[in-house]
Design a protein around this ligand. Structure first.
Ligand code: MV4
Length: 494
């Protein structure tokens, strides 16, 4: 490896994930941290840690010059951006390379091209990958837009050329609403992306969101690692992901996989990436966009393929040709990931950061916890309140769901509101268990939370749990009941 030392330009669970991969490869790690993260887990875990400024992201994790300066001072050969923050910023990728440092991700040019969703659509169309009917060129002119929009069947979806991830989209069901929707979308796009360019697509009702993981080396070799089903999302934030998808068979996987590889090649992409598709009720699939980064949900692919995607990223960035061929890739068993957030599901998922007063983590066969906090850590208000990702693997989907329910019951986080119970209730849902899911699943999902356990009781249970660990045996040979168990039974009685 040319890479002996790497700077991790991120925080939380993904920074930890990257430090672990680097360490296994014998690469030294450099963390950067803000005021809020002086005692964060990534700051503590890395071999070296450098302060980069105040808690606001703009002054720290989004500050290109500060991060590159640290990279120079620390003498790293590479920077890994993780996801979010600067991971999809072409200027950051380019500046890193200009300073003679390897950027562990795609070239800035491929990133920039794919940032324009109309470029992505044109590329797909040219090489015969299916896209939804609609425009391949963006516009800011309503007259141009109207002519194109009226050529396709309503409902239609207005999207921002520089958007993605669902931001700034508008569904229009009625021709009469087109102009006002256009104006609103235009304002939103300008505000959010600094660019008011819009385009239109036929709106696909209740699609599934299925994406393909691709890996490309610097010599034109591209393979795919199968699909992830990511339909369970709220407000365009995925919360449960799985692989394989219940609706994808070998033939569909091969077709979508080949198309994903074609798009990757055509855009001059290198390193790990994700090609997003929508699949409609008739099993037609349409290319949507390409995510030019390592994704939050990458672990489900790792568990079913046995491939460490982050390590592959390091090898590719180091200049090695792909070590795997498409024929070597197969999926085994079933993996599910849930994202655990410091949010209050009973109050419309408002962020609920704060002090983690007690923490007990699930473990055992088939359990992986990509964690970003520790007991005693105060989750800052300044960033995404993701606590951890819990990922399970089992031989079948049915067993994976059972394992996830078991793991979520083991997981105790006291001091802050979290989404663990909410996620368990989804796992227990009949439709979810049958795999009857689409991107609107959570709009219809009703919680069965009949009983709420007050914080004080949870805190006492946590304390009791601690104490009983030391003195399990009670006089007379009996075993003392953990209050957790008592609470667990009450919950089961709901
Ligand atoms: C769509 C769509 C339906 N029809 N495009 C959202 C994320 C972005 N990558 C693409 N997205 C969508 N594009 C067409 N032509 C549905 C989505 C979509 C969605 C739309 C509204 C509400 C929630 C959604 C969740 C996932 C995907």
């Amino acid at each position: 490896m040319k890479i002996k030392k790497v700077l991790i330009a991120n925080r939380g669970e993904i920074a930890v994930r990257l430090i672990r991969a680097a360490r296994e490869l014998g690469i030294e790690t450099v963390a950067v941290f803000s005021d809020a993260d002086r005692d964060a887990i990534h700051t503590r875990m890395a071999d070296e840690a450098y302060y980069i400024g105040h808690s606001s992201p703009e002054e720290s994790y989004l500050n290109i010059d500060k991060i590159i300066n640290v990279a120079k001072t620390a003498g790293v050969q590479a920077i890994h951006p993780g996801y979010g923050f600067l991971s999809e910023n072409p200027q950051f990728a380019r500046k890193t390379v200009e300073k003679g440092i390897i950027f562990i991700g795609p070239p800035g040019d491929a990133m920039e091209k794919m940032g324009d969703k109309t470029y992505a659509r044109r590329t797909a169309k040219e090489i015969g990958v299916p896209i939804t009917p609609g425009m391949e060129e963006g516009t800011t002119d309503f007259k141009v837009f109207k002519d194109k929009a009226e050529e396709i069947d309503f409902p239609i979806l207005i999207k921002a050329a520089m958007g993605g991830g669902g931001k700034g989209m508008r569904i229009v069901r009625d021709k009469g609403d087109l102009e006002s929707a256009f104006n609103l979308a235009s304002q939103e796009a300008k505000g959010a992306f600094g660019d008011a360019t819009l385009f239109v697509e036929k709106y696909i009702e209740e699609p599934r969101h299925i994406e393909i993981q691709v890996v490309a080396d610097n010599y034109g070799n591209v393979i795919h690692l199968g699909e992830r089903e990511c339909s369970i999302q709220r407000r365009h934030q995925k919360i449960i992901e799985e692989s394989p998808s219940v609706i994808v068979d070998e033939a569909l996987r091969n077709r979508m996989g080949e198309d994903a590889c074609k798009i990757t090649k055509a855009s001059g992409y290198q390193n790990a990436g994700t090609v997003e598709f929508l699949v409609d009720k008739d099993m037609n699939y349409y290319f949507m966009e390409m995510n030019t980064r390592l994704q939050v949900e990458h672990p489900v692919t790792e568990l079913v393929t046995g491939i460490d995607i982050v390590k592959e990223q390091f090898f590719i960035a180091d200049g090695e040709p792909l070590r795997l061929k498409q024929e070597d890739i197969y999926q085994r068993g079933s993996a599910i990931e849930v994202r655990i957030y410091a949010e209050d599901p009973d109050r419309n998922f408002i962020p609920a950061p704060g002090l983690v007063k007690y923490l007990r983590e699930p473990s055992g066969p088939g359990i992986r916890l990509d964690n970003g906090v520790y007991e005693g850590f105060e989750i800052p208000v300044n960033y995404d309140p993701l606590i951890s990702k819990l990922i399970v693997w089992a031989e079948t989907r049915e067993l994976a769901v059972k394992k996830m329910i078991r793991a979520l019951k083991e997981y105790k986080i006291v001091g802050i509101k979290t989404t663990t119970d909410y996620l368990r209730e989804i796992m227990e849902d009949e439709k979810f268990q049958k795999g009857e899911i689409n991107t609107h699943f959570l709009e219809h999902f009703k919680r069965n939370s009949a009983m709420e356990i007050p914080d004080e009781i949870v805190a006492i249970a946590a304390l009791s749990d601690r104490l009983t660990e030391r003195s399990k045996k009670v006089e007379g040979g009996g075993i003392k009941q953990s209050l957790w168990k008592v609470i667990g039974r009450k919950r089961a009685l709901r």
